[in-house]
Design a protein around this ligand. Structure first.
Ligand code: FAD
Length: 505
């Protein structure tokens, strides 16, 4: 007879947070500070947690911080009333205010915050030649396979794809994007044109020390491999995630990227299947996008990608960088959550889901409040931190019967990042999202140096893309926030001879 696991007594806690990523950890930290005499339970599938360090408020809405992956004991030492339980949640019984972990332990909560992140949306789930990059383990697996690869195909046009095509050396890269221009999630065709020369330029030497420390704690390697063995779901990687990795393939070459635009993956063939199909694959194009250079490929590859454009390329493996899906599955059974169009748990302006006493923050949630005209949700590191922080504030206010104001960070979308070694600042409706044709763009571009684009509507600034060291972020942030009528300044707004900061002081 199979041995039955002993029935463990349910533990009770006023606050339970699920997920050890940036949203969950930030939420637990704030609850721990607000309620020092309560135990805050942080239940997470991964043995390491993510902590925000060196937080810097760059301007009213722009923030920068480093991320450290730490052993949970470090968090418990910093906040003695946070207790980290390392086990995945397998079931939520919302009516009983209870979660059940993989280890069979039950936890009864008064208030629960779900911060279980998202999973990569793969072009196909069951192909060993298709990789997604999400966490430390998948990034390490990618690095291992890249070291032996001569050619890979990257599918997708978001931040991860952009970073990969720029960073990878020693390997041919076929980059398949469904849009006309690269980086469609973050900028328009003009900015893409500005960035493209960087793909063939020699890269600057990497900095000696990583700008943001990642996998730092002693013993973390051991714990990471243990996590991999258990098939656990780790936290998403974050800013500078690739800096600790060696992204070099098996060939002696620097950048070699060929872009296939306006196409998607139609079919993937394994080697034998491809040979039987008697189809023809193409060699790596020498000059793009000239069709006449498309020659037949003599080489045999482990896997072949057929694009909707009809072209077929062989490669060692495929990276599916086609976005994420909120990780809601473990919490759905028997619970009538309202889900957003993108599959996330919808949250109102108090980060409250559709079920009583359950909040959500970070990649798992879909905001459903009427946003400020210059804010939109994006599944980014900064928003995971902001939402985790604000969710805790709302949970605390609800518990204490106090009112809550919407956090100021939701007034303006603001993100600072790096693409192709340029500083990139995105503000408001930086890509004219949802503005229809009723808007104007103003541009200023100095090749190889800076690219400035502002989105204007009725004389007011609604968004901006700033690439390079433009020093304009604070002024533009203010202009977007105060919605001043700028009609009379016309083109002067971007005239490099005018010190715009003085202008509006
Ligand atoms: P996560 O960090 O995914 O954390 C989820 C946590 O929940 C994990 O600890 C996990 O173990 C736990 N968990 C999952 N399921 C369960 C369960 N059933 N029970 C218990 N625990 C569970 N954003 C940027 O802003 N800038 C970037 O440059 C950037 N680069 C990125 C690069 C990569 C490769 C990836 C994958 C993402 C990148 N992002 C970037 C996005 C950013 O990492 C995410 O938006 C952010 O990490 C989301 O944080 P989170 O706390 O919501 O979720």
């Amino acid at each position: 007879m199979a041995a039955q696991s002993p029935q463990l007594a349910a533990r009770r806690s006023r606050f339970v947070v699920v997920g050890g990523g940036i949203a969950g950890v930030t939420c637990a930290e704030r609850l721990a500070t607000e309620f020092p005499s309560d135990d805050i339970l942080l239940v997470t599938a991964s043995p390491l947690i993510k902590a925000v360090t060196n937080f810097r408020q760059v301007s009213r809405t722009l923030e920068e911080f480093d991320v450290e992956e730490q052993a949970s004991s470090i968090l418990e030492k910093r906040y003695p009333n946070i207790k980290v339980i390392q086990s995945g949640v397998k079931q939520l019984k919302s009516e009983e205010h209870k979660i059940i972990t993989e280890a069979g332990q039950e936890y009864i909560y008064e208030k629960l915050c779900l911060c279980a992140g998202a999973k990569p949306k793969l072009i196909t789930e069951r192909n060993p030649f298709v990789l997604g990059i999400r966490d430390t383990d998948s990034a390490a697996e990618f690095q291992k396979r890249l070291a032996r690869a001569k050619r890979i195909t990257i599918v997708g046009n978001g931040g991860i794809a952009l970073e990969l095509v720029y960073e990878i050396e020693g390997c041919e890269v076929i980059w398949a994007i469904k849009d006309k221009a690269i980086g469609n999630t973050f900028f328009d065709a003009g900015a893409a044109e500005f960035l493209i020369p960087k793909l063939s330029a020699v890269k600057p030497e990497p900095p000696i020390a990583c700008k943001r420390t990642k996998y730092t704690t002693a013993g973390s390697e051991i714990e990471q491999s243990a996590a991999a063995d258990l098939g656990e779901i780790g936290s998403a990687l974050g800013p500078d995630w690739h800096e600790g990795l060696c992204l070099k393939g098996a060939k002696q070459l620097s950048h070699k990227v060929h872009i296939e635009s306006l196409c998607e993956v139609k079919k993937i063939y394994l080697r034998e299947e491809f040979q039987q199909s008697e189809k023809v694959s193409l060699a790596f194009p020498i000059v793009q996008p000239d069709e006449r250079n498309a020659e037949m490929d003599e080489e045999r590859w482990p896997v072949y990608v057929e694009l909707t454009s009809g072209k077929i390329y062989g490669c060692d493996f495929i990276v599916s960088a086609t976005g994420v899906v909120p990780n809601v599955q473990p919490f759905l059974d028997g619970n009538n959550f309202v889900l957003g169009e993108d599959g996330g748990l919808t949250v109102d302006k108090y980060m409250h889901t559709s079920l009583p006493d359950i909040y959500a923050a970070g990649d798992i949630c879909t905001t459903s409040w009427e946003p400020s005209p210059v804010w939109q949700q994006m599944r980014l590191w900064t928003q995971a931190r902001q939402m985790g922080w604000y969710a805790a504030k709302c949970m605390a206010a609800d518990t204490l019967g106090e009112p809550t104001d919407m956090d100021f960070c939701f007034e303006l979308f603001a993100h600072v990042t790096k693409f192709f070694n340029y500083k990139v600042v995105l503000l408001g409706k930086y890509n004219a999202q949802g503005l229809g044709s009723d808007h104007e763009l103003m541009l200023r571009c100095t090749k190889g140096q800076e690219y400035v684009k502002v989105v204007m509507q009725n004389g007011r600034m609604l968004g901006a893309v700033l690439i390079g060291e433009t020093d304009l972020e604070e002024t533009f942030e203010n202009l977007i926030l105060n919605q001043m009528d700028l009609s009379r300044y016309g083109e002067d707004l971007l005239d490099p001879r005018i010190d715009i900061e003085d202008y509006f002081d």
